[in-house]
Design a protein around this ligand. Sequence first.
Ligand code: UDP
Length: 325
Amino acid sequence: MAERVLVVGGAGYIGSHCVRALVSAGKDVVVFDDLSTGHAAAVEVPLIRGDVRDHGALRTALALSRPDAVMHFAAKALVGESVAHPVRYFDTNVGGTAALALTMLEAGVRRLVFSSTCAVYGQPERCPLDERQDKRPLSPYGQSKRMAEEVLEGARAQEGLQVAILRYFNAAGAMPDGSLGESHQPETHLIPLAIDAALGRRPPLRLFGEDYPTPDGTCVRDYVHVLDLASAHIACLQRLMDGDAGDAWNVGTGRGSSNREVLSAVERATGAAVPVIPEGRRAGDPAELWADPQRLCAELGWRPAFADLNDIVSTAARWARSPRF
Ligand code: UDP
């Protein structure tokens, strides 16, 4: 029988792509989402509307879907907003995760794949960044994700919850057929903003900092295709189904791309120049942040299907030309 998976936050950018990948892998999928930032139009499986902090709504969703495993993407994820409203971030990201873990344990659902972030490390000691580096998050967003990890690590150590934690680097790209993609309100990420600037749909791209100690002076990040994130989730699901207690893995390609390199890739994908306004550095941006995905590759057999930045950006550009929501 097909495994049943409840995807909490499955109407959001990364969650909805994971749902597509799970359905393609033959899983029976139900989404739970409050649609505060996600899109109903992104969901083609049964959708239960509810808030991740609402124990009653979670109990109902678990009873209706009777999942073998849960994937948890429901979170607030804007660093700047987290600095202005830290309590909201702890409430949703920590409180929501605790509510989910508690109701799962009550319902006897014991497998969870959790969406975390490289922001839990804060300023990296060195790149590539591996899982052993200190976790000293710099923003309430990063702190809230690290605290949520700690809630789940406690549940794993003491209460028998099997938990796989994936720490994403920069999620990017879209379904290659253009049927699903990124639509944030507000949009703050480099690739969609640069594509829209090239297409003349947004103002020129404000480039934050060209005086970093990097080869071209702009920040370096590790862009990982959203479907490669999805395949990492499916590999984790399999591992938990096989009885593993779980662990934490970085998910990035292991390749850094500078902001200038991203802008060149956007120009190749759109055939248009990206208008740029040079700005000062954005507070809290480390110069370089790229992953060592060696453990994910060795232990979960993961390989990125989209290893080339141009392939990632071209899928994002295809979506951006005709977004469905
Ligand atoms: N960036 C930029 N202009 C923008 C948005 C982002 O120059 O309008 C830069 C940002 O300073 C960072 C990189 O692009 O160096 C990636 O930022 P993004 O917000 O996409 O992801 P983050 O790495 O912050 O998670």
